[in-house]
Design a protein around this ligand. Structure first.
Ligand SMILES: [Ca+2]
Ligand SMILES: [Ca+2]
Length: 393
């Protein structure tokens, strides 16, 4: 199984590309040339990272050593205790050549390196619409997707295209080459967290679904209001691994133990027809698949989840060159760098989504990394929060 993630990036100079890509596809949707998908050129390295980091043929994973200290009393409701400890972070070379899952695509997840994180509380599910609504009602917060972008923010975008909206996955009518994400992603006016698939969609009956169409500032604002914070990338991976060592998935190494799907991903022909063999076409309510050993649901699939770290494709390489031994509570690099779009500011995404498929995106697998421009939201991107024990209420 390999996955590749779909990263969508707001781009200030994207008008030309959007027009070319979408010109004949758009009907009712209003496309604002505010965003651009990150489409790594097929067959070329995803980064300028030296090629000496492969771990093929030998495991670079040393045993996870979780802290033994007991969970603090009176844990926050809806959160589970993650003991913290030392573990091997990263991903080995995938065994697949799928479009986005091959070696070059995963280079940013190597070398595998030792990391220590303190214990913390973590939301046992992705943040739901119900929860996000409480925040919005209490604060009057408006998400990025609800605010009309300005000419100052996007000086090269025609004024008529400066409309509030967001990005929505739209199946194609027929099979298409998987080399151009513009074929299945559209910027649609009037899309936001209350209208996650466009202005005519709504949240009726979807209180327990994960909130989506949240950009990084939206997720961070919610976390702050809740007295929590977004997880670091290291915390997220430690938690997802559930105390195991170097497994491929949060539940182990077998994709479908006893023939059972363990995550909400995509089956069928991508991006034409999601057959929903795992029980869900598109998003699922949170917590519909078994939790990992720490009691965390949907750490693979359903929605991508924001982490607080800046994304740098070469961050793990930098750590290796610094040779500081076990990294303690790493907070990520000081700035962002994605060689595919070096001008964009990106934070880390983790866990993959309901669009992950072995045909296209294998980044629901443990240790693999995603990234996204901070103001860009989609209908397959959400988040969950953490809380350090000293701040537990
Ligand atoms: Ca599914
Ligand atoms: Ca998830």
């Amino acid at each position: 199984m390999t996955l590749h993630m779909v990263t969508i990036t707001v781009r200030k100079q994207s008008l030309k590309l959007l027009k070319r890509s979408f010109g004949l596809l758009i009907t009712l949707a209003v496309i604002a040339p505010l965003f651009r998908l990150q489409v790594p050129a097929s067959g070329t390295p995803a980064s300028g990272i030296p090629a000496s980091t492969s771990t093929r043929g030998s495991s670079a994973f040393a045993p996870t050593v979780a802290n033994k200290t007991a969970a603090p009393a009176n844990g926050p409701r809806g959160m589970v205790w993650i003991p913290g400890g030392e573990f091997s972070m990263g991903s080995e070379e995938p065994s697949t050549d799928a479009v986005c899952g091959g070696y070059e695509r995963m280079r940013d997840a190597r070398p595998i390196h030792r990391v220590y994180v303190d214990g913390f509380w973590m939301d046992n599910t992705e943040v739901t619409n119900q929860e996000f609504e409480k925040f919005v009602k209490a604060t009057g917060y408006r998400t990025v997707a609800e605010i009309t972008p300005t000419q100052e923010q996007f000086p090269t975008v025609p004024r008529e295209n400066l409309v509030a909206g967001s990005t929505v996955f739209t199946p194609t009518p027929n099979p298409v080459p998987l080399n151009n994400m513009f074929q299945w992603w559209r910027y649609i006016k009037g899309t936001d967290w209350r209208h996650p698939e466009g202005p005519t969609s709504n949240l009726k009956g979807r209180g327990k679904y994960p909130v989506v169409q949240v950009a990084y500032p939206d997720a961070a604002a919610y976390a702050k209001w809740a007295g929590k914070r977004l997880p670091t990338e290291a915390e997220w991976e430690f938690a997802a691994r559930g105390g195991q060592t170097g497994t491929l998935y949060p539940w182990g190494n077998e994709f479908k133990p006893n023939g059972k799907f363990m995550a909400n991903i995509y089956e069928g022909k991508f991006p034409v027809n999601d057959t929903g063999e795992d029980g869900f076409v598109g998003l699922a309510p949170v917590g519909k698949f078994p939790a990992n050993a720490y009691g965390l649901y949907d750490m693979a699939g359903n929605t991508w989840e924001w982490c607080s770290d800046w994304y740098r494709a070469d961050y793990y390489e930098q750590l290796a060159m610094q040779n500081k031994g076990v990294m303690s509570n790493p907070q990520g690099p000081d700035n962002s760098w994605d060689p595919a779009e070096p001008g964009e500011k990106k934070r880390v995404h983790r866990g993959g989504s309901f669009l992950c498929t072995d045909q296209y995106c294998a980044r629901y697998m443990l240790g693999t990394r995603g990234k996204g421009e901070v103001t860009t939201a989609t209908n397959h991107l959400g988040f969950r929060c953490v809380q350090s024990p000293t701040k537990a209420r």
